[in-house]
Design a protein around this ligand. Structure first.
Ligand code: EPZ
Length: 416
């Protein structure tokens, strides 16, 4: 069955190694297309989004070899420029290949990646920026054909902060003729990782980690090996699991420096947080209290990808609390299911007001997307009795093995 069975109520104790970052490795795999040769990517998480991305790259005539968490990409043979619709449909992140493929082959045909339950996920900023760099884009009903005689540098002033648009424009700029400036660029650590990979391969990028990126196009990039950083969202999910269940956990390899807003939110709910270069120790002995107003924001603010997990934790905290979502228009999908477990949540437009309860009751739940699904699993770990979270395939998009990880921390859950 495509489900996870949980017997909740245990406090969490133990340690777990944090996997490589999904949102860092996907653009880095796209960047490997820019290199006429071999790249070796270490600490690559074994998740379905990576599997689909690698299949898509093979369909573009890349040679892929996987050995455990190391992936070897040979992009010397990249030629085909139409992405198989079934792969694009499965994988929104295929849009990330656009900039790199245009830089490499000069033409791409693909269908629109489409939205998902958390939002319409438009790509207008991607297409607008590429047009400014000399790309002619003919939109069709279900997709578009993009052509360029050669990418040229441009100045982009992004009207809103977009991780994907920033990544696509960086990938298009590194081999373009001339200089590119991206103002109001996203500053997520995953963009810093992408720039680090590209600089290691010979790209000229300044302003890494700031909202203004300056890229000087170069002739060619060279072969490179790179280790993917740990996944701050997976680590933050397990911080929230400890808040939900109580206990003491050690998240080995958690990227503390990238998790300041997450650690601050956990500490505001009564958790003890101890950061070291080995990882993060989280202690939740006392009952949790509500955070003084949690609002999602672009990095370095509190990440939207942990909004659902911290909402689950807030349902079991003392008092009243408010959580506001400012990035996506429909990211409170798990509220009805948390209510089914006994949570008291009042939903307004992009805010929820939570009144903490003493316990949640296990029940049958249904994941509808990646991070909401993970939040339902940790709510099940805290609930009394048995829960079943259906559609575990959504969770496997971004978590190597959430059951194994949570069981390492003393939870009782297993794949069905
Ligand atoms: C990336 O998505 C992440 N995905 C998301 O993580 C994450 O939630 C998001 O950034 C925000 O941090 C990957 O990195 C693979 P955006 P992305 O472009 O790039 C609007 C997860 O769970 N927008 O930063 O698609 C958009 O609608 C996933 O791992 C436009 O209007 O997000 C949204 O409101 C979920 N036009 C806002 O910008 C555009 O052309 C931010 O989106 C592009 C985006």
């Amino acid at each position: 069955m495509d489900a996870i069975q949980i017997y909740g109520g245990n406090c969490l104790h133990g340690q777990v190694r944090i996997q490589g970052s999904k949102n860092a490795v996907l653009p880095i795999l796209a960047a490997a297309l820019l290199i006429d040769g071999v790249c070796e990517i270490e600490n690559c998480p074994a998740i379905s989004d990576v599997y689909h991305m690698l299949r898509l790259m093979e369909s573009l005539c890349c040679t892929i070899d996987r050995n455990g968490h190391t992936v070897r990409v040979d992009a010397a043979g990249v030629s085909r420029c139409d992405m198989p619709p079934d792969s694009v449909g499965v994988m929104r992140s295929s849009i990330m290949l656009l900039g790199a493929l245009l830089a490499r082959t000069g033409s791409v045909s693909m269908q629109y990646p489409g939205g998902c339950v958390i939002g319409s996920r438009p790509i207008d900023l991607h297409l607008e920026g590429l047009r400014k760099m000399g790309v002619v884009i003919r939109e069709r009903e279900d997709g578009f054909d993009a052509e360029t005689k050669g990418l040229t540098g441009a100045v982009h002033r992004l009207p809103i902060v977009s991780v994907g648009a920033t990544e696509n424009l960086v990938l298009a700029a590194v081999l373009a003729n001339g200089n590119t400036v991206i103002e109001n660029a996203a500053k997520e650590p995953e963009i810093t990782a992408l720039c680090d990979f590209l600089i290691k391969a010979g790209a000229k990028i300044e302003g890494v980690g700031t909202k203004r990126l300056c890229i000087r196009g170069v002739e060619k990039l060279h072969e490179v090996s790179y280790k993917v950083p740990a996944d701050r969202i997976v680590a933050g999910t397990y911080v929230a699991a400890c808040l939900c269940c109580g206990g003491e956990v050690f998240l080995k390899g958690a990227p503390c420096m990238q998790m300041k807003a997450v650690s601050a939110a956990a500490a505001s709910m009564g958790a003890g947080i101890e950061e070291s270069k080995e990882g993060i120790a989280v202690t939740c002995i006392e009952r949790r209290v509500m955070p003084p107003g949690l609002i999602t924001a672009c990095y370095p603010g509190f990440p939207t990808d942990l909004q659902s997990a911290f909402l689950a934790a807030m349902t079991l905290a003392d008092g009243e609390g408010v959580l506001e979502e400012t990035i996506f228009e429909n990211r409170f999908r798990i509220v009805p299911q948390l209510r089914q477990m006994g949570a008291r949540i009042d939903c307004q437009k992009n805010k929820v007001c939570v009144s903490g309860v003493r316990t949640l009751c296990g029940t049958t739940l249904r994941a509808e997307e990646l991070r909401g699904g993970a939040a339902l699993v940790i709510a099940g770990c805290a609930a009394q009795g048995r829960s079943v979270v259906k559609n575990k395939h959504f969770i496997e998009r971004g978590y190597e093995d959430i059951c194994h990880d949570l069981c390492s921390l003393g939870a009782r859950c297993k794949k069905e």
